[in-house]
Design a protein around this ligand. Structure first.
Ligand SMILES: [Zn+2]
Length: 255
């Protein structure tokens, strides 16, 4: 991160912030109450909604009742994704959104090890036998504005927790896509059409490899779908998806 701060001419500011960080108690990422150690206070922690089985083995969407082992959702059968399996750590709600925003816009990189630990736990089955983690890339212009890619930060944290390498240059966002917020499902799919590509220098990390895409939030799944297609087209052996927080509609039916 230091190099990026330098590039943005904010080295002194970053150092000052780091110094203050040591001197002041940390604040809860959601309600801003002081907390010890972890990024959430006990009240906000208790409101988090971790995703666990039963869920669709393909999409990772929680079922409202347990249909038995290995059952897929209607969505997975009717409209199978390009990727193999998706898993998410928590439901996207008020608390997880606060965590994602704190990491993304609030320079709360101290949250990354905790969030990465939850990701590693949610993706345990995917991580066994995975060759590398591939963060969903930002377009260079957005990364420059934000100074870092939050998906790369999360992938690095998962890597630190599990030892699975990060293939940072495996995928590029070649089209500056509009923000997905407010778009319909089909608009989101069209928005990311052709947005991702495996660059020539990224091929070696992709061909014949078992990869896990890492992203912070999954809404319609259009972004990871676009990424998975690009990786598979370039010759990846398998693509799974690991998400920090997913929008999970609990009323979806199973068969
Ligand atoms: Zn709190």
């Amino acid at each position: 991160m230091v190099a990026r701060f330098k590039r943005a001419g904010k080295t002194a500011g970053a150092m000052l912030r780091a110094a203050l960080d040591l001197a002041l108690p940390r604040l809860c990422a959601a309600c801003r109450e002081p907390v010890d150690g972890q990024g959430l206070c006990p009240q906000c922690w208790s409101k988090l909604s971790f995703i666990s089985r039963p869920y669709c083995e393909r999409l990772g969407i929680p079922f409202v009742y347990d249909p038995g082992p290995g059952i897929l959702s209607m969505e997975a059968i009717a409209d199978p994704p390009a990727y193999n399996r998706a898993r998410a750590a928590v439901r996207f709600d008020e608390i997880s959104r606060a965590l994602v925003h704190a990491l993304k816009y609030g320079d709360r990189l101290d949250l990354a090890p905790m969030m990465g630990g939850w990701l590693a736990n949610a993706g345990r089955e995917l991580l066994v036998g995975a060759d590398a983690l591939v963060p969903v890339p930002l377009h260079w212009r957005r990364r420059w504005a934000r100074r870092f890619n939050q998906s790369a930060v999360l992938a690095a944290a998962v890597s630190a927790a599990t030892g699975v390498a990060v293939a940072a240059g495996a995928l590029k966002r070649v089209k500056a896509t509009a923000q997905q917020v407010g778009l319909s499902r089909s608009e989101r799919a069209a928005n990311v059409q052709g947005a991702f590509r495996v660059p020539p220098e990224g091929k070696a990390a992709v061909v014949g490899r078992r990869l896990i895409l890492v992203d912070d939030v999954l809404t319609s799944g259009a972004t990871v779908e676009g990424c998975a297609r690009a990786l598979l087209r370039a010759g990846a052996a398998n693509v799974d998806v690991l998400i920090f927080a997913r929008v999970a509609d609990p009323v979806r039916t199973s068969i």
